[in-house]
Write a protein that binds this ligand. Structure first.
Ligand SMILES: *[C@@H]1O[C@H](CO)[C@@H](O)[C@H](O)[C@H]1NC(C)=O
Ligand SMILES: *[C@@H]1O[C@H](CO)[C@@H](O)[C@H](O)[C@H]1NC(C)=O
Ligand SMILES: *[C@@H]1O[C@H](CO)[C@@H](O)[C@H](O)[C@H]1NC(C)=O
Ligand SMILES: *[C@@H]1O[C@H](CO)[C@@H](O)[C@H](O)[C@H]1NC(C)=O
Ligand SMILES: *[C@@H]1O[C@H](CO)[C@@H](O)[C@H](O)[C@H]1NC(C)=O
Ligand SMILES: *[C@@H]1O[C@H](CO)[C@@H](O)[C@H](O)[C@H]1NC(C)=O
Ligand SMILES: *[C@@H]1O[C@H](CO)[C@@H](O)[C@H](O)[C@H]1NC(C)=O
Ligand SMILES: *[C@@H]1O[C@H](CO)[C@@H](O)[C@H](O)[C@H]1NC(C)=O
Length: 372
């Protein structure tokens, strides 16, 4: 029976109805008759009911078949089949903090899909990310994690053709992938992986409503100012600078000109600096939280629910911007041309083409090197 091509409903509707019917039926039947057989072969999904005649006068064995491949897009179905039949298990080593973990999760998700393998995540990655997100990748038990004969596979920070064909059944990816080039082609799915639990969204909306007060039709701009260890790492190791007050002024002016009733919500791991360097006399700037780096999930959830983003550097701000999905302003060209940072970081692979870059002022670095 090729129910998916019947005329009354479109193929998709019918497949949906068939699947709904099958699942309802199987639940009911399992409830009534203890068990139910499910079988998948030759592209068909078949549900066999128990022999009902023990219980009812005149009902014989029930058999419903639908062709699953008509219900899924062909490529989805092919990878579904391949992943199902593959014995491989893929994972990624969690390293770094919240934003790095998100990048590693998304990269694992996308590369395992391309290579038709089932991906799993380590307990500490699950522990950090699943606090706010409805992830779907299964978690490995600590024991399984140590017993599996993993083969390490180092990946660079951006996508390469060779990653479409990684050989090996027990691959453990390592590295600090931090580029949309790995996963932007399946953006919808990545955003679904990083959709927030309802309880998080409710808390965020409560906070946003509170700071909105009496204003109408407000536009929220999340501002993430990365400082912390980078105050030293950037100039000393990477020959670069952080976002300065001029950068933030310019970025905020962009949004004040473009939208009415803008509210800026500033998060940072250097809130003291922000208080000193962000002009609040317009009454449209709110500083959020205590900048506690050990518990970044709340800051992150609020930034990601804003309409637009001002980021500076770093994966935390990147992911807030990627999830918020509106206009994004970022700091660019923030290192000297001979910086070793440029060996592991490419501006083009780090920021989406439609985002707006404002070049950093490198004069503090140049002046410093003149003085040396
Ligand atoms: C179902 O069960 C009845 C009685 O228990 C038996 O007579 C009948 O042959 C069975 N039918 C099938 C299809 O197994
Ligand atoms: C059982 O089904 C058969 C064939 O469909 C029918 O001829 C018969 O009358 C039914 N018996 C009862 C008790 O309903
Ligand atoms: C299911 O549908 C696919 C694509 O339409 C077709 O190639 C395949 O032969 C069908 N399988 C069966 C068992 O009908
Ligand atoms: C709300 O604000 C947006 C962005 O500033 C603007 O495009 C829209 O027209 C406003 N709507 C109302 C009803 O004022
Ligand atoms: C802050 O902004 C206000 C209003 O735009 C301006 O008058 C004031 O000079 C600014 N303060 C500083 C310290 O830049
Ligand atoms: C802006 O963000 C708020 C909070 O998430 C949301 O309720 C609102 O619908 C967004 N506005 C637009 C125009 O997307
Ligand atoms: C950053 O530097 C590149 C290469 O020198 C240049 O093409 C680009 O215009 C600069 N970006 C900005 C925003 O100035
Ligand atoms: C760097 O030096 C130039 C020229 O001496 C000066 O104009 C500029 O203000 C200095 N920049 C900083 C951040 O000290």
């Amino acid at each position: 029976m090729n129910s998916c091509h019947a005329a009354l409903f479109s193929g998709k509707q019918l497949c949906f109805l068939t699947l709904l019917f099958l699942s309802t039926l199987s639940l009911l039947t399992m409830y009534m008759f203890d068990h139910m057989r499910y079988c998948e072969e030759n592209n068909k999904v078949t549900l066999f009911g128990q022999n009902f005649s023990k219980y009812l006068a005149n009902v014989t064995t029930l058999q419903i078949t639908t062709n699953l491949s008509n219900c899924l897009k062909n490529e989805d179905y092919e990878s579904f089949k391949a992943i199902r039949s593959s014995k491989g298990m893929w994972t990624i080593t969690p390293s770094g903090r919240f934003g790095n973990l998100m990048g590693q999760y998304a990269t694992l998700f996308a590369l395992a899909r391309l290579n038709k393998k089932q991906a799993y995540i380590f307990p500490n990655m699950a522990n950090s990310l699943s606090q706010v997100f409805k992830l779907t990748l299964p978690m490995l038990h600590q024991e399984a994690k140590t017993q599996i004969p993993w083969q390490n596979y180092h990946i660079a920070d951006w996508m390469d053709e060779k990653y479409k064909n990684i050989l090996g059944d027990y691959i453990k990816l390592t590295g600090y992938p931090s580029s949309w080039t790995f996963y932007h082609h399946i953006r919808e799915e990545i955003l679904r992986e990083f959709s927030f639990h309802e309880y998080v969204t409710e808390k965020v909306n409560f906070y946003l409503t509170k700071i909105t007060a009496q204003r109408q039709n407000v536009t929220f701009v999340g501002v993430h100012v990365r400082r912390g260890d980078y105050v030293h790492v950037m100039p000393k190791i990477w020959k670069g600078v952080l976002a300065d007050r001029n950068y933030l002024e310019k970025a905020m002016a962009y949004f004040r000109n473009k939208y009415k009733e803008v509210i800026f919500i500033v998060t940072s791991n250097g809130l003291d600096w922000c208080h000193k360097n962000i002009n609040t006399s317009n009454g449209d700037v709110f500083f959020l939280g205590d900048g506690n780096e050990a518990k970044p999930q709340t800051d992150f959830a609020i930034l990601a629910h804003c309409n637009h983003t001002i980021m500076t550097i770093g994966t935390f701000g990147f992911w807030a911007a990627y999830l918020a999905g509106g206009d994004v302003i970022y700091l660019t060209n923030f290192t000297l041309p001979d910086s070793p940072f440029l060996k592991v970081f490419k501006y083009k692979a780090a920021f989406l083409p439609e985002w707006i870059g404002i070049a950093a002022d490198l004069s503090p670095l140049l002046n410093q090197s003149l003085n040396v």
